[in-house]
Design a binder for this molecule. Structure first.
Ligand code: PNS
Length: 165
């Protein structure tokens, strides 16, 4: 498996500026980055997977992130490490905002390493995004608030118009 190919997985429900920051950093570090929308059965979803995929593709393009080596995909066929193995990726990249994230991510990282020898690399996002989370954005959007400080412009437009009709 290649240590030059990385997977950035997540629910991306919806993509936030914090996600885009991590994707940009991963794209700077690795030759090929697969940004993968994964269904997380532990979380009630706001957006269907296909919609998150479209918003992510548009957000990556809008952010001008090196599109030639960033692939946006979804995965619902089982273990994330199976996707990583299929695309020859030896690394998962996750953003860590706080100790809470470390507590949540560490067991997953160990399981993924035990399952398929896939390593997890944790990146610190820009502190400007340290308090941004998809769940916060979902709450603000559901209550009719302005989410534009927290999400890419294309996501803000979608939540403001398309999503609420
Ligand atoms: O954005 P999230 O919800 O924090 O992302 C969590 C996600 C989707 C990356 C995580 O739930 C995951 O890796 N799911 C894939 C299923 C899997 O492989 N589980 C076993 C090892 S954790």
């Amino acid at each position: 498996m290649s240590n030059r190919i990385a997977v950035v997985p997540g629910s991306f429900d919806p993509p936030t500026l914090g996600h885009l920051d991590v994707i940009r950093r991963a794209a700077d570090l690795y030759d090929q980055v697969h940004v993968v929308v994964v269904h997380n059965p532990g979380k009630e979803a706001m957006l269907p997977i296909a919609q998150r995929l479209t918003l992510l593709e548009q957000s990556v393009a809008e952010a001008g992130i090196a599109a030639d080596h960033v692939i946006v995909a979804s995965w619902s066929m089982g273990l994330l490490v199976d996707y990583a193995t299929d695309v020859d990726a030896g690394v998962l990249v996750k953003g860590i905002r706080s100790q809470v994230d470390v507590t949540y991510e560490a067991p997953m990282a160990l399981v993924n390493r035990n399952l398929a020898n896939v390593e997890t690399v944790f990146l610190l996002p820009d502190p400007a995004h340290a308090l941004v989370s998809s769940s916060l954005v979902r709450q603000v959007a559901a209550l009719g608030g302005d989410v534009s400080p927290y999400v890419p412009a294309v996501v803000a437009r979608f939540l403001d118009t398309g999503h609420r009709g």
